[in-house]
Design a protein around this ligand. Structure first.
Ligand code: FUB
Ligand code: ZN
Length: 642
């Protein structure tokens, strides 16, 4: 083996506990994600996105956080800046999310600019911390007396949760524990002051639960896991006099294990479920597992958009009823889709079941990827499935939770690709990339993926353990692939969809596996109870959901004036390098209403309606994630069927 390869493998062996979560000692984890640094994305679909994040989004967002006084909120507490506090009460979390994103970048590559920005921010934050450990820039001065008195809205634990996640990501990047020690100090203050026999505590916006469990994983201090368990147990509803509507909205304040369904604020609910999944992974508590399964079914069978977006109502940024999934009015906050990914990522590690990876992929390639513009400077807060052409992307929001959330997902993305267990290696996601890690018996391994996924359904994996080793390679076969052929040394199989296909054998350096997924476009129908999608279809190709954007259609017809014919013919495919950063465009014959729908009667006899003249039209579809990158334009995912 070449000397550089050996050095690379040695470097891999020295990486410890640098995954998005560290499940190496978690008794109920079936899988263990690999470190972020172990996977190098290389020029495929995601690497350009990751790069734009590093080069454009992160610097731009730090400038905006500074320009809006959000970092000064910390500095004013230490006297380094004067002036009033800026922004809503949860803005500390946005600085922390940015820091977490930057720290994940450092897990992948050396970036002195990001290291020094993190050092400066850490300095300002630590200087603002009180001797007790308390730290929140909103509950200061005359608001100090309100601390922990209005927890249903205060976001004190939410901000601390994000601080812990930033601190842990930094610690895992380069061993710097300055922010981590500050976070631990605050958590120790909570442990000493709050609890069943002490003062009551509540996460009005869940997030802290999953963060403090990660802190338990870092430190081994069981008090942190118990604190999460206490919060999830919701025992303080009486002492805190919480109303039913508060409990429903916050998705906390009553036992997590008593939840029959998802309701209330979608981001809160997704983070609560993620924290509960973490709690299950550590405790194996069967009541948690049952609840998580029940909630997952509620989500994926009744409340999730085809894009992986969740939370359909603007009012309260909340879940609707079952099948209440409007397209134009869809709220589908970027943070909620990200929360969906976090929840499913944890369920995947807990169970090893590919249905969770399917949801991760659905959310990632669609409802999350749509959240950041292709140039990395504009963000969607809402990710609707139809639009009449309003402006949807902005560089900044007063509540700017989504941009840094998108940044931390992109920065940590390599860590989602693989897991290990005692039997071998799981491949969850496909993209041009290289894994340099080790099997759980310590055998160093490299896996190189060569693929144009998602544009092409072919993936070639070169599997190279350092020396011949018997283990199982578990290849995820996505639920959307109607037929999948896997060829490996000594075998060729048709693999069922929606499962991991296990190949157990003695693998030798350079062994090659070829996978051919069926990524041809499909027309997708909704459950009939999803009333808005009656007689409509969506187009999906591989993991990508497609849409019609007005500016691509001949005569700039709106998507609402176009329809697909029920007898679908094959789609024409054209890779357009020049368009939207390079996308595979789909074209299909369809019909255009001769009279624009805007001018048609609101109601008319069915006969007249069916006789509305139409003309043949070519429908041009682009991937949903790429919409709204060329200015405002009408868009639809669900297209009328005629
Ligand atoms: O409340 C903090 C964040 O702001 C939530 O997670 C988002 O939904 C937005 O309301
Ligand atoms: Zn958000």
């Amino acid at each position: 083996m070449a000397r550089t390869a050996i050095i690379g493998l040695l470097a891999a062996a020295s990486l410890v506990a640098q995954g998005i979560v560290d499940l190496t000692r978690s008794p109920y984890a079936k899988l263990h994600p690999v470190p972020v640094k172990a996977v190098r994305l290389a020029g495929g679909f995601w690497e350009p996105r990751r790069q734009v994040n590093v080069e454009k989004s992160l610097p731009g967002m730090l400038e905006l956080l500074e320009a809006h006084g959000i970092v000064d909120n910390f500095r004013r507490l230490s006297g380094r800046k004067q002036g009033p506090r800026q922004g809503p009460l949860y803005t500390d979390s946005d600085v922390y999310k940015w820091m977490e994103a930057a720290a994940f970048v450092l897990q992948s590559e050396d970036r002195p600019d990001l290291t020094s920005a993190l050092d400066r921010l850490t300095d300002d934050i630590v200087a603002a911390q009180e001797p007790s450990g308390y730290l929140n820039t909103y509950y200061q001065d005359d608001r100090a007396k309100l601390r922990f008195t209005e927890m249903y809205r205060s976001h004190e634990l939410y901000c601390l949760g994000h601080m812990l996640q930033a601190a842990i990501a930094r610690y895992r990047a380069d061993g710097n524990r300055r922010l981590l020690d500050a976070g631990i100090k605050f958590v120790n203050y909570l442990v000493s002051e709050f609890g069943p026999e002490k003062r009551p505590l509540l996460t009005g916006h869940p997030e802290f639960e999953l963060a403090v469990i990660e802190l338990y994983r870092v430190t081994g201090n069981k008090a942190y896991l118990d604190l999460a368990g206490y919060l999830l147990s919701g025992v303080e509803r009486d002492r805190l006099k919480l109303s039913e509507s508060q409990i429903a909205y916050m998705f906390s304040g009553k036992p997590f294990t008593s939840r029959p369904e998802f309701e209330g604020h979608a981001v809160r609910a997704m983070y609560a479920a993620s924290g509960a999944a973490d709690y299950y992974i550590e405790t194996g508590d069967a009541a948690y597992r049952e609840t998580l399964d029940r909630l997952w079914t509620d989500l994926t069978a009744r409340k999730m958009y085809i894009t992986g977006g969740v939370g359909s109502r603007s009012d309260g940024e909340a879940f609707g009823e079952a099948f209440e999934l409007p397209n134009l009015a869809a709220y589908t906050e970027s943070c909620a889709a990200i929360g969906n990914m976090f929840f499913n990522f944890r369920m995947l590690q807990a169970t090893g079941e590919s249905k969770y990876a399917d949801v991760i992929e659905r959310a990632l390639y669609n409802g999350i990827d749509s959240g950041m513009s292709l140039d990395g400077t504009l963000y969607c807060y809402r990710n609707p499935l139809a639009s009449t052409g309003e402006k949807i992307r902005n560089p900044w929001y007063d509540t700017t939770c989504c941009p840094p959330n998108l940044q931390r997902v992109l920065a940590s993305l390599p860590g989602y690709f693989y897991s290990t267990n005692r039997d071998g290696l799981y491949v969850h996601l496909y993209d041009q990339s290289e894994l340099t890690w080790k099997l759980e018996d310590g055998t160093p391994i490299r896996v190189r993926q060569d693929t144009k996924y998602p544009w092409d359904g072919s993936v070639t994996l070169a599997v190279s353990p350092e020396q011949p080793a018997e283990f199982t390679l578990f290849l995820r076969v996505p639920g959307w692939s109607r037929s999948t052929r896997i060829t490996y040394p000594g075998g060729s199989v048709t693999a069922p969809a929606g499962k991991y296909y296990p190949i157990r054998r003695t693998w030798r350096p350079g062994d090659v596996v070829q996978i051919k997924f069926d990524s041809r476009p499909q027309l997708i129908a909704s459950n009939p109870r999803l009333l808005e999608n009656w007689r409509k279809a969506a187009v999906q190709r591989g993991p990508l959901v497609y849409c019609l954007e007005q500016q691509d259609q001949a005569g700039e017809k709106t998507p609402f004036d176009l329809s697909l014919t029920a007898q679908a013919k094959p789609f024409a495919e054209e890779f357009r390098k020049d368009l939207l950063g390079g996308v595979l465009v789909l074209k299909h014959v369809g019909l255009a209403d001769s009279k624009p729908t805007m001018e048609q009667p609101l109601y008319e006899g069915i006969g007249a309606s069916q006789a509305t003249p139409t003309a043949p039209a070519e429908l041009v579809f682009i991937p949903y994630y790429s919409w709204a990158n060329r200015g405002a334009s009408a868009m639809a995912v669900w297209i009328r069927l005629k």
